[in-house]
Design a protein around this ligand. Sequence first.
Ligand code: 11C
Length: 327
Amino acid sequence: MKVGIVGATGAVGRQMLDCLAERKIDCEEIRLFASERSHGTLIPYGNDQLMVDVVKPGCFDGLDFVLGAVSNDLSKQFRPLIEKAGAVYIDNSSAFRLEKDVPLVVPEINGEDSLHHHGTIANPNCSTIITYMAIAPIARLSKLVSLTASTYQAVSGAGMKGIAELSTEVEDVRQGREITPHVFPAQIAYNCIADIGSMTDNGYTTEEMKMLNEGRKIMHLPDLKVTCTCVRVPVFRSHAISACAVFEDRLDLDEVKKAISAFDGDVYDDEVPTPLMTSNQDKVYVGRLRRDLVNDNGIALWCCGDQIRKGAAANAVEIMEYVCKHA
Ligand code: 11C
């Protein structure tokens, strides 16, 4: 298999490369692409080092898959070149997620959808992946009707620059220096910011609307109702979500725990999962399962997952594996 990664030097791009190595994917060739600034950078891969190139005419020729970890604008530029070269593009941007002909896939939930691609497959938003990984096994017991969620999103969701901003601000606070946020809309050190993405007309942010729109598509539930509040928290890695989901039936909590434990990619944890304990691994941890006190058919839970891995890079690599295995 010949694989390319665009955006190879970012947090998600680097993790994609690590995932290829960890999962021992048999790659005959790997080509890394990034901006001019990173041209010539060497990135370790196993016992080798791979050199980062820039995207130029013909650079995708002969590749089977290209994994994308670039902005929406760059993704729109690269997609036609990748498709023309005959490679399957697995894109982590939000540019094409809601397009009818682009499957939006979490392999454990709707892997089948990836087999109906027309050249591009989209990787969902990170909080969306982690939340529905927790909800999907329950939704197999009874139809999911609605979801109310609040996210607690790590700074690395905004890439390397988000990590740098939290580190800098913590030091600035310690030294008594004035804080000037650049990446986040307010100081993130010792703070929480309920403002991720950009504001839309209905008072929800773009990030919050992904939980609704992408959730409907992944779960094949066009009428699913979702209310979401997305919050940035001063955590380096792993997003956490407090979710309350309402189902058609009143479910037995032990049955629900069993279903979550049996679901590929999930761990049910009777302790309280935290971002620290779920960082640097691909599993989604679910805990605090309890009956909703507002709606008889509601279930409340807490889940955590590494958003650079399962929320982005690992999910993309799993999509590639799924397509290879089933095509
Ligand atoms: C964040 N979830 O934590 C965002 C970043 O739709 O894939 C990813 C945005 C997306 O800031």
